[in-house]
Design a protein around this ligand. Structure first.
Ligand code: NAD
Length: 384
């Protein structure tokens, strides 16, 4: 069978997500496994070119991983017919313009979320991609988490009966950067002017998780907070953290399902995982973390009785059963890359285009507006 080469321009790979999840865990992992086998038996081989501002950094990265091609000249990379796909994991604020240039150059595009920090440009970008007829996609990694794949299976199997509510807890303590303990996230996340804020960061995730697993989001009420107003950056300088670092959001979904998700970088973890989703249905409930998922069927549900005079006698964690990991799950970012590459090379189905990215930005913008105006807001169709 024949070998097919796909040249891809990778931008933003010196960053946290671009390097770990996209370059190393996805593109290089796909390369190491010998590419992907297409429907007709052909093998698709990836040939990345790394693009960045800092010549030394980008060259060092390319050398470290045996990547032959790198450049600081994005225009030249976009102009070259050798590369068919443009990928971006750079800053959110640059993304819409970069993707727009790549689409103008006739490239397929794939990118991190959020696709933009404003709704108009996100919608314009999705429309542009559609009319250009190129292949386009946005990362929706949480859907590929083993824990959420198990929730999907439970739902498809009818385990829940009628789903009533979804409770999400996302977050962990992000160090302020003082006392010699560096923060574990980039400082731009905590500055409004640099595209920071947890509402923009996380509500676009919650949009595709809720839409795809439970029901379309119909309305949102969101309270944001900037709990920690001052942090220390990568260079040891104290800065004003003016972006929201916690969001307490409630969503109405189609079918009358109520979802409430807390997202916070100022919370200490005493739960199963850094993100957990509890789904309660008439027939059963489940709690999923990143990997594991536990269920409790209606017939296994203990009967608590409220009595503050007596210490609790029920061990609530003992009445849940773990869903076995019968299907081995690959890295979620890699699984989504492979799906997108099959869409590009093989015309395989792909539901995660830029219009989905725009829906994520829409929910984030409505979340911010709801907080500002202190009210519920409906989520209208975008008509892309
Ligand atoms: N899917 C997820 O779960 C997830 C998680 C974290 C971040 N993200 C998204 O990934 C993107 C990057 O986030 P990160 O945490 O990796 O950030 P980061 O700060 O670690 O990386 C940013 C990248 O952009 C580049 N960059 C910054 N300013 C630039 C400029 N002026 N010109 C050219 N390049 C520039 C940096 O060199 C770096 O490669 C963001 O859009 C973020 O929302 C997604």
């Amino acid at each position: 069978m024949a070998e097919r080469r796909l040249g891809l321009i990778m931008h933003g790979v010196t960053g946290r997500m671009g390097y770990n999840q996209h370059l190393v865990r996805s593109v290089l992992a796909i390369r190491e496994q010998g590419g992907i086998v297409l429907a007709n038996g052909d093998r698709l081989l990836l040939d990345p070119i790394l693009v960045g501002r800092d010549r030394e950094k980008i060259q060092r990265l390319a050398d470290r991983h045996g990547i032959a091609r790198w450049t600081t000249d994005l225009d030249a990379a976009l102009a070259s017919p050798d590369d068919q796909l443009f990928f971006d994991a750079g800053t959110t604020q640059m993304r819409a313009e970069l993707l727009s240039r790549a689409i103008d150059a006739g490239k397929h595009v794939y990118c991190e979320k959020p696709v933009s920090d404003d709704l108009d440009s996100a919608v314009a970008l999705a429309k542009k991609a559609k009319s250009a007829g190129i292949r386009h996609g946005v990362v929706q990694d949480k859907l590929f988490l083993p824990g959420l794949l198990k929730i999907r299976m439970l739902k498809d199997a009818g385990f829940f009966g009628r789903i009533l509510s979804v409770r999400g807890e996302f977050g962990y303590w992000v160090f302020e950067g003082d006392w010699g303990q560096p923060a574990q996230r980039p400082s731009w996340n905590y500055r409004k002017a640099d595209g920071g804020g947890i509402i923009l960061d996380m509500l676009c995730h919650w949009r595709y998780v809720l839409d795809n697993l439970f029901g379309e989001v119909k309305a949102v009420s969101c309270l944001g907070a900037t709990h920690i107003p001052s942090r220390v950056d990568e260079h040891g300088r104290t800065y004003t953290a003016d972006a929201d670092d916690a969001a307490y959001a409630t969503f109405e979904l189609e079918g009358g399902i109520v979802a409430h998700i807390n997202s916070s970088w100022d919370v200490r973890v005493r739960r199963d995982d850094l993100v957990t989703f509890q789904v309660d249905g008439t027939h059963g409930s489940a709690v999923a973390g990143l990997h594991k998922c536990f269920t409790q069927h209606r017939v296994n549900t203990p009967k608590p009785v409220w009595n503050p005079d007596q210490p609790q006698t029920i061990e609530f964690f003992d009445n849940w059963e773990e869903v076995p990991g019968n299907v081995p799950a690959d890295n979620g970012f890699k699984a989504q890359w492979e799906m997108f590459l099959r869409h590009v090379a093989d015309d395989a189905p792909w539901p995660y285009g830029l219009e989905q990215g725009a829906k994520g930005v829409q929910l984030a913008m409505l979340g911010l507006q709801s907080w500002k105006e202190r009210r519920w807001l409906d989520v209208p169709a975008l008509g892309i």
